[in-house]
Design a protein around this ligand. Sequence first.
Ligand code: BGC
Length: 715
Amino acid sequence: MNKKFRLFFLCIFLCLLGVSCKDADSIEQKVEKLIASLTLEEKISLLHGNTYFTTAAIPRLGIPALHLSDGPCGVREENSPDSWNSANWTNDSTAYFPALTSLAATWNTELATDFGKAYGEEAVIRGKDIMLAPGMNIHRTPLNGRNWEYLSEDPFLTSRMAVNFIKAAQSEEIAVCAKHFALNNQELDRGTINVEVSERALREIYLPSFEASVKEAEVLSVMGSYNKFRGKYACQNPYLLNKILKDEWRFRGLVMSDWGATHNTMEAAMNGLDIEMLPVAGTKNAYFMGQPLLDSVKSGKIDEKIIDEKIRRILYVMVKLNMIGKSEPDTTGMAALLGIPARAKTALRIAEESVILLKNEHSLPFNITKIKTLAVIGDNATRRHARGGGSTIIKAKYEITPLEGLRQKLGKSVKINFSQGYAVSKNLKAKDQELINEAIKNAASADAVIIFGGLNHEPGLDCEGADRPDMTLSYGQDELIKAVIRANPNTVVVMIAGNPVDMSKWIDDCKGLLYTSYLGMETGTALANILFGDVNPSGKLPYSLPVKLGDSPAHALGEYPGANGNVRYNDDIYVGYRYYDTKNIKPLFPFGFGLSYTTFSYQNLKVETSREGELFNCKVTFSITNTGNAAGKEIAQVYVSDPESTLPRPLKELKGFSKVSLKAGESKKVELILNSRAFQFYDPEKKQWVLEPGKFEILVGSASDNILIKFQIIL
Ligand code: BGC
């Protein structure tokens, strides 16, 4: 139904309720009128799930059910109403977009907009009102089984991508859901673990992306997480939900629980939860925000005003989406509109721009005319990832594997011999020597070799519900890679993983290395385009890749996975590169690093600051030149350093970036604006962000460890 039509129905309903159409522009009035018309029982029925992914409707008032769906890679396959099983529809195959880690690796905010738009369009076709994405928890430990669903280790990069994604998706008249609020940085013990973190790290590292989603993108819903924070479950946490989210940030949308993350009627009701999704007990009648809530209001334990406030938020979202008075979406017959080429192209562009070239000793791109036989090795060459990983499961319209992508590109001109190389099994340490032997034989007789290894969405790897046991590659891949490189040095490794893996055993011997998260429906096309030089790689790492797990701050300074039900984030604000930089620990590959088939130089840094009352602007300009022979894209990063702060600060922090497309030999001017937040820190004593006057350095470079030009300013 188009927007005009929806508005027409809305007017009719509001007229029936006594609100005249000339008032139709006041959301508040519409909402208040509806609240006044609802019975207490009806109100309570709106405060919890009705099925696994819908809420109840009140047809007499034109209040429809909310249709919810996962997840970050596109619209999840239709779920059966009363279990986690598939509904077994035949018309729910959708676009399968790259993982959000891939989006972050593009560092291209325009692509975040394109992603959000395409994502929203698919959701509308599937009849969804609230999409349960983006996930924006900060990558704290490389072991988190869900990092691949989140964006990055850096709050600024995460915020910039999330804001554009949310704005674009919500412009399609759906709501999205910023999740998981907050501090769900590990899957291990996620349902019980209590996170203790300093106020400063909370504000500077773990909350900014949520804050930006609310304040800048006006996200319409937020999902509370499973874990506890300072002793209280996140979905019942008055500090997180009432104080920060609703009071401080003025969030107007609704807060839903993660599925089964509500634990107590009184606490959920009073501390800021608006909708309970999936009762812990699993049965329909066991909602804490169902009958027990009704009883509590009737007995006077909870004031009905508390309930009205929740309804107000739910109706606010519905009015914003023009849902009131709208009939149930009928999506039958719309399957053909899902995953159409235009949106597959968006998925491809994100995929291509996200692949990171980490090492290249003259091995890439491959020259098609010089290769007669290509050995393709590794389970990830043929594995489809769409249907794995937990709630992000997608029934993809199609998914082109790396091997298929190479076959499509190379046709008959190159003979491709495939060897599986390693077998995926429940035992992550299991190695199959037969498969390794066969791969060695294949590699030895080929002109070039590509190994597709890394992780996958099997439980225990990049998958919801558990963390990886360590950073070691599973299924004997280290032995395989070493043996194959020995058999044929013209080997390129493509690591498909949404998290860092330990590559120390073979990295020095490997001449070419591409690193990529899950790339969606056009995986194979994107990788083949990069491997054979049709596309110049331009992704950069959205997280630091440590040499070994013990180097990572959560493990070196902090606690992981915690003890006796508590995990203390002693790593504090020193997450990711903030730690490696400040403590001078060299990662294997730093945050923001990625090579290209061309080279770039940076010049002419200028910084101008201006202040008008409270308004503060810092204009940073510089030029980038493509100094190589191929067209390419460079991601310039702007870090701010505060060498004279009263509170200790990381050596530098990312506060701006720009992705610039340059032909060979071309130069372009880049201009970025830094606002006052770029220079502030959170002062826990004053309970506010402060800008301490003094010396600051503006550092511009191609990676967190490669600053090429700098400028000092006094503020
Ligand atoms: C996940 C959420 C997801 C929900 C619904 C939960 O287990 O943590 O991210 O949206 O399930 O599938």
